[in-house]
Design a protein. Structure first.
Length: 442
């Protein structure tokens, strides 16, 4: 997590100040429940809230205590006692460190997820706008990087919208799964604390009580959470890669916005590079990187160990901060993306009409030719066009002309029937149907 790829709202969730404030709230809410149950005096719970709630925790002082105690929660509780006074003896009654650490971690993940969901909404809105803007902008579809058949640029955007909409649903589910609380004491038996305390703290912190914990909240929840972030990152990379390919000089059907005064290369003044989408590809790798250690954290020893702790101290902030930045960056790229419809048509025309080859193949079979013979007839004419394209970069042989001159083809199809198969509108006639499926509107 470095400032270059960080946004302040997400960074703030993971700050020491935020963490210690959440720790205090967990402890103070537990004291309220303990007071209601008659375990500690109500005046003590009130004092803890009044003095601790108004305090600004001294990070340097907590660090100083931790250097001696070698224990972060004890260091915090010691500092809290300095603030609260004698009533601090009622803090942390029957609790263990993991009750505080795990509940806080999940609170932070929930807060982070709420920001990520907002990011997703912004991205979806940008993609939808561009999809409808270019719903009928015809471009070539590619398979294996090679010209296939026509699509529209709006369909490319609609596909991205549907994918990120699925990602959003997964993120909502991941938020629900991670939003649990454990205040169950050593080894999770509630031996020294009433389960009602956990229920109270969970409700107060916007969480659900963990059905059964050990001394920690089960880490399969966190594995699923970080796996979900990894899937979102992969979807970011997929769209970023599409834009990178479309910006290649030989293609140039779309391009990242290039602002006045921007420089593409320190050596070559002509360069306009897809630096933002390349950056997104790298950031996606970093987000996915957290999914494997998160899964390895599931297998802890017996009721607990701390092999997961060092991992989560890093992947929690690093992954959410990085994904937050990446989603915002992708939204900006889509918002400002330069789209070149004339270039799209020009690229499609460079292959001399080969994009209609399947329609001729099907027409031949429907006219009585075997599929094998039909494929042979179409391919032999198509390869003439390909060969001329390979020499000059533009087809010097026209597919329609070759078909019309092929006596074997003309045995099955008239000139009108052949020409009818070269209608671009045929390929886009179901765009409205697809848009309705994706957006629920035409």
């Amino acid at each position: 997590m470095i400032p270059r790829y960080s946004r302040p709202d997400m960074v703030a969730i993971w700050s020491p100040e935020s963490k210690f404030r959440i720790w205090f709230e967990i402890e103070a809410h537990a004291c309220d429940a303990l007071a209601d149950l008659g375990v500690i005096p109500k005046d003590a719970a009130k004092t803890i809230w009044e003095k601790g709630g108004a305090a600004t925790f001294d990070i340097d002082r907590i660090d100083e205590i931790e250097r001696e105690t070698k224990h972060d929660v004890i260091a915090f509780l010691t500092h809290l006692a300095e603030i609260v006074g004698p009533d601090a003896r009622f803090v942390h009654q029957g609790m263990t460190s993991s009750d505080v650490l795990d509940t806080c971690f999940n609170v932070q993940l929930v807060k982070a997820t709420d920001l990520l969901l907002k990011d997703m909404d912004d991205l979806l809105a940008a993609i939808k706008r561009r999809a409808f803007e270019h719903k009928d902008t015809v471009t070539i579809g590619r398979s294996h990087g090679i010209h296939a058949e026509p699509v529209t640029f709006g369909l490319k955007m609609a596909q991205a919208y549907a994918e990120f909409d699925r990602c959003r649903t997964r993120l909502v589910n991941a938020r629900e799964e991670i939003a649990t609380c454990a205040i169950s004491g050593a080894v999770g038996t509630f031996a020294n604390i009433d389960p009602r305390v956990e229920e109270h703290v969970a409700k107060a912190m916007g969480l659900q009580a963990e059905p059964v914990s050990t001394q920690v909240i089960p880490r399969d929840r966190h594995a699923m959470y970080f796996a979900t972030l990894g899937v979102i990152a992969s979807s970011i990379e997929r769209l970023a890669t599409e834009i990178r390919h479309l910006q290649r000089t030989e293609v140039l059907e779309a391009e990242e916005f290039f602002s006045k005064g921007q420089k593409g290369s320190s050596a070559m003044p002509h360069k306009r590079n897809p630096v933002l989408t390349e950056n997104l590809t790298g950031l996606a790798r970093l987000v996915r990187m957290s999914s494997v250690p998160a899964m390895e954290n599931v297998a802890l020893w017996h009721e607990r160990d701390i092999s997961h702790s060092s991992v989560e101290r890093m992947i929690g902030p690093d992954t959410t901060v990085t994904l937050d930045f990446a989603l915002a960056r992708l939204t900006n790229v889509i918002d400002k993306l330069m789209v070149y419809p004339e270039r799209m048509v020009g690229n499609m025309d460079r292959l001399g009409g080969l994009v209609h080859s399947q329609r001729i193949l099907l027409a031949l079979t429907q006219a009585g030719s075997s599929r094998e013979d039909a494929y042979r007839l179409v391919q032999r004419n198509a390869m003439k066009v390909w060969d001329s394209y390979q020499v000059s970069g533009d087809a010097k042989v026209d597919f329609l002309t070759e078909l019309l001159a092929d006596e074997d083809v003309r045995k099955y199809l008239s000139e009108e029937e052949i020409r009818d198969r070269f209608d671009l509108g045929y390929h886009t006639k179901n765009v409205d149907t697809i848009f309705k499926r994706v957006f629920g509107e035409g």
